[in-house]
Design a protein around this ligand. Structure first.
Ligand code: ATP
Length: 324
């Protein structure tokens, strides 16, 4: 291993910059050249590379987003696109890759490895925490704190006006964000993709809490929740079937992906970057770096991509008890 390429791919997440910094500095420490690849697989196909040294990643550990930019690439899904990307890497002398991204990015990396035998390592960067093989993906912890902050603010206005707020948070496939911020933000109900509560039970539960003297309520809804077609449909149903509440919807959207990474995400990114580089040096390939029981561990890409990240059922029960 002489030249490692590092890139960020798919949706961005806080902590990606800290991971780039870690990869670059671990390379410098081990006297390996490091190249940044701009715009994920798009930049790889275009040969959009920049040499990076320890100083070129100064002042970024606390920055959200990614200095290398991210992209989704249709061309990389084609054999020709991947062949062009391989050509560009060889031309630049890059002989191994660290891909920071989600399961789509890992699938691309795995296929690239199968086709060209190119050494690849992955770092899970996505706020959804929907990747098997790590208890925390990069950006997840920061997103939790950002969303709790937003819910606290929404609660101020909800309680001043006797309002019921449906707050939609990210989580297409898994309810990690919804479940945790729901408990931390004191939500009445938490609606997640893993569990279909049903519209009637939702209304019943809201009626019960109103009777028990609550004057405002927050319901946290993961975007992949299956009860209604959308959070607006939920609002309409509750509007029609409940009196005494002014029902509102707040879709938090992309603000959840921004902001300075938390201390936890910065430390995690630093650990993952070092492990990714040192694994490549040790001759390993086709693995994702992950956190398990506070130990940085490797999971084969195919398991990371196929496996399902499971929610903690204890949290569901705690949430039920807390909303009595
Ligand atoms: P997020 O969790 O934010 O969605 P992701 O990494 O899963 O991140 P995707 O858009 O699914 O995001 O994947 C990123 C890129 O990886 C795609 O734009 C594409 O270039 C590449 N990719 C994904 N799946 C494949 C595949 N089956 N074959 C080749 N490339 C792929």
């Amino acid at each position: 291993i002489k030249k490692i390429g590092v890139m960020t791919s798919g949706g961005d997440s806080p902590g990606m910059n800290a991971a780039i910094r870690s990869v670059v500095r671990a390379c410098a420490y081990h006297k390996i050249e490091c190249y940044g690849i701009y715009r994920g697989y798009e930049g790889m196909i275009d040969g959009d590379f920049v040499q990076m040294d320890a100083r070129s990643v100064k002042g970024i550990i606390n920055k959200g987003g990614t200095i290398l930019k991210s992209a989704r690439s249709q061309t990389f899904r084609t054999k020709e696109g991947r062949a062009k990307a391989h050509e560009e890497l060889i031309k630049a002398g890059i002989d191994s890759l660290v891909v920071i991204g989600g399961d789509g990015s890992f699938t691309g990396a795995m296929i690239f490895n199968q086709e060209f035998g190119f050494p690849v390592m992955g770092i899970p960067g996505t706020i959804d925490n929907d990747i098997f093989g790590t208890t925390h993906t990069l950006g997840y912890d920061t997103a939790l704190n950002t969303v709790v902050d937003a819910i606290d603010k929404i609660r101020d206005t909800a309680s001043s006006h006797n309002r019921l707020f449906f707050v939609e948070v990210m989580g297409r496939d898994v309810g990690h964000i919804a479940l945790n911020v729901g408990i931390a933000g004191g939500a009445e109900e938490i609606l997640i993709p893993e569990e279909d509560l049903g519209l009637d039970r939702l209304v019943e539960s809201l009626r019960r809490s109103k009777k028990s003297g609550k004057s405002s309520s927050i319901v946290v809804v993961a975007e992949g929740d299956k009860i209604g077609k959308s959070v607006f449909e939920l609002k309409d149903y509750v509007d029609q079937n409940m009196e005494g509440y002014d029902v509102r919807v707040s879709v938090l959207g992309h603000m959840q992906r921004g902001g300075a990474p938390s201390c936890f995400d910065r430390v995690l990114a630093s650990r993952m970057g070092v492990r990714a580089v040192e694994s490549l040096i040790a001759g390993k390939s086709n693995f994702m770096v992950g956190l398990k029981n506070d130990i940085i561990d490797l999971t084969p890409f195919d398991q990371a991509v196929k496996g399902k990240s499971k929610i903690n059922m204890e949290l569901l029960r705690v949430s039920d008890i807390m909303s009595i």
